[in-house]
Ligand binder design. Sequence first.
Ligand code: ATP
Length: 360
Amino acid sequence: MNSIVSASRIETRPADAEEVVRLTDVRRRFGATPALDGISLSVKKGEILGIIGRSGAGKSTLIRCLNGLERADSGEIVIEGRNITALAEKDLQPLRRRIGMIFQHFNLLSAKTVEENVALPLKIEGIAKAERLERAHELLDLVGLSDKAGAYPSSLSGGQKQRVGIARALAARPALLLSDEATSALDPETTRSILALLKDINRKLGLTILLITHEMEVVRGIADRVAVIDAGRIVEEGQVWSVFGDPQAAITKSLLGGIRPQLPEHIAARLSQTGGSETILGVDLSGPEAQGALFADLSAALPHSFRLVHGGIDHIQNQPVARFFIAVPARDPTFTAKVEQFLTARSARVEVLGYDTDHD
Ligand SMILES: Nc1ncnc2c1ncn2[C@@H]1O[C@H](COP(=O)(O)OP(=O)(O)OP(=O)(O)O)[C@@H](O)[C@H]1O
């Protein structure tokens, strides 16, 4: 087994897992700005890797380096075993064809029909018309748009345009699909249908996908692993349920703020750090330990009762991911320690957030 040590986790995976992409210590600087400051990551065949980060973190630079539009200053980018950093411009062309791309604004040609758009990468490759149209129809069938082959992009909805974008990206049978904010311009329902399509294609074709997004729901919905990028560095990496269930880096916690339960604002605002009648605890628990009669067992193990203030259980990659806020009486100083002891024995992370006197 190989071990990959990430910022906070040790992951093991089989040594024979076929890597489609591997980056080693990739650096790219613009003047004084290190856009990529030593990125190392790999994506194995059939995997969906999500890359998240706030604006300016280096996501676009990473995509441009991957598809050869930008040269890394140093480090290695290996795609299907070939180091693209060592290639001359003319040798990059065939490699670029191994990467399909989908974009936020679809980038379809408005003067061409849907089937012509899908067949375009094959036309560039010099494939005969009959063959490329046959392939285009096969792909339009795959993305559920067989009836739109002769339509023009302007007559399609955003979701349909992105389906055409996906079909076009797959035309040349790429090894890797790069998705650059592909659902950011779509409404939530259309986003869900596009994500379901990508997952379906990933399963059916074993397609490897690298998703760059600022939408946590996208990663939560379909990625296997996630890497968090900040100031050109990967600050955290792991399976989605593990990173989303117990984020370590401050930036990850902040990015996930919208999809993880938070202590309600009116309670957070009145918390004291010095004392009160109740201690408010934040509890994070994921994986198998989050299943079962946690609160019944906790209750049975304690001398006093406690209050559940807020929280819930999510399921990511079929793993339960729980986050709760509980209030325990502060008058007995051993009580909080007992709760912490019980929960940490079940691999929970427990944090004292403050004290409350005025509970509702
Ligand atoms: N061509 C360039 N010239 C100068 N600085 C650049 C250039 N491209 C990127 N940068 C800088 O590099 C850093 C990373 O930018 P990048 O566009 O890769 O971030 P990003 O994560 O894609 O952001 P966003 O989500 O806003 O697109 C930023 O500080 C940016 O200003």
